[in-house]
Design a protein around this ligand. Structure first.
Ligand SMILES: NC(=O)c1ccc[n+]([C@@H]2O[C@H](COP(=O)([O-])OP(=O)(O)OC[C@H]3O[C@@H](n4cnc5c(N)ncnc54)[C@H](O)[C@@H]3O)[C@@H](O)[C@H]2O)c1
Length: 317
């Protein structure tokens, strides 16, 4: 099967491209490198530099393709608040362009990177796929709009689709070119930021009075290798006219202090922290219910927080 990986020079997309290739899939990569890095493209792989906002570039990328893994997009919550139009344009309009070009090229299979941000503040923990969707920021709203768009496309055009709602993705993959890891600028994700903190620039803990065991927020983390394993299982499960949605997390939560403790153990000293006030819009606890992915895809995440921290740390060297 020939898979087009959009966003394939970014953190998660480059990991997907590497694992797909190692498993014998033919791949092409489409990316404008706005937040990705072209040096992550494996030698010999077809790379089409281009934007989701340019339909003719997408059409070139879709030549001879059987399925799409759609990672490309803007993904910073804070930036989405200051630039909602940019997020709507790239994520929603860009995906509309992609679906239109897929139809024109008779490509009827898509696996899409959705997000836990579609749920907003949950009423029940763990969060089921059937939970109410009420995004609290423009980024989450764009992901929800795309999920709805894909559902309509599946009903009306018969495409086979899966949306994967990731919780917090972490860890890295070592390959022959070094580590494929988070290289975001700015980096907003907790694990790389904790590992890079110093006494001059300690980890800020936003709220230490949440109703959790140690007072800090609890989040669900999934290793990027486990995440891509779920993508490949989702790809192989695609059925015409069906759009399935699955949560991808570990089904367990770690508090900010537990993440700092795991990182301190891995790095060999106590990572400095500073308690800061709560941030508006941060729910206390976000944990995925992953039983649907386990039951229907046969997917089981196997890597815990210590591996996510250790691989991220190793990727710095
Ligand atoms: N990292 C996480 O924890 C997480 C959680 C939930 C969902 N997601 C989603 O997973 C996907 C990948 O996330 P990531 O962390 O690898 O982000 P990333 O920024 O590293 O990768 C996104 C890629 O999309 C490319 N891109 C952006 N705009 C484009 C455009 N107009 N045309 C073509 N390419 C474009 C970027 O250059 C980049 O390579 C995103 O859709 C993100 O919303 C990520």
């Amino acid at each position: 099967m020939h898979v087009l990986v959009t966003g394939g020079t970014g953190y998660i997309g480059s990991t997907a491209a590497e694992i797909l290739r190692n498993q014998g899939y033919e791949i092409s990569i489409f990316d404008d490198c706005s937040t990705g890095h072209s040096d992550s493209v494996p030698a010999g792989v077809r790379f089409i530099p281009g934007s989701l906002l340019n339909s003719s570039e997408i059409a070139v990328a879709l030549q001879d393709v059987d399925a799409v893994m759609h990672f490309a997009g803007k993904s910073l919550v804070g930036e989405s608040v200051s630039k909602p139009n940019l997020y709507h344009s790239v994520n929603v309009d860009g995906t509309r362009n992609l679906l239109n070009e897929m139809k024109a090229a008779c490509v009827g299979k898509i696996v899409f990177s959705s997000s836990a941000a579609t749920y907003g503040e949950p009423k029940e923990i763990p969060i089921l796929e059937s939970a109410q969707t009420n995004p609290t920021n423009p980024y989450g709203a764009t992901k929800l709009a795309i999920d709805h768009m894909i559902s309509r496309e599946s009903q009306e055009q018969g495409i086979a689709a899966v949306s994967l709602r990731y919780f917090n993705v972490a860890g890295a993959l070592k390959c022959d070119r070094g580590w494929l890891a988070e290289r975001h600028d700015p980096e907003t994700h907790l694990i790389p930021n904790v590992l890079r903190s110093t006494h001059a620039n300690p980890v800020q803990i936003f709220g230490s009075d949440w109703p959790t065991t140690d007072g800090t927020c609890i989040r669900d983390y999934v290793h990027v290798i486990d995440l891509i394993d779920a993508h490949i299982k989702a790809l192989e499960s695609l059925a015409d006219g069906v759009h399935e949605i699955y949560n991808l997390g570990s089904g367990d939560g770690y508090s900010v202090r537990q993440v700092v403790a795991a990182a301190s153990k891995a790095i060999g000293y106590d990572i400095p922290t500073v308690d800061s006030p709560r941030r508006a819009g941060d729910p206390a606890i976000l944990i995925a219910d992953i039983n649907k992915a386990k039951a229907q895809l046969g997917w089981v995440p196997t890597r815990g927080i210590n591996e996510m921290v250790a691989d991220t740390l190793a990727s710095f060297t």
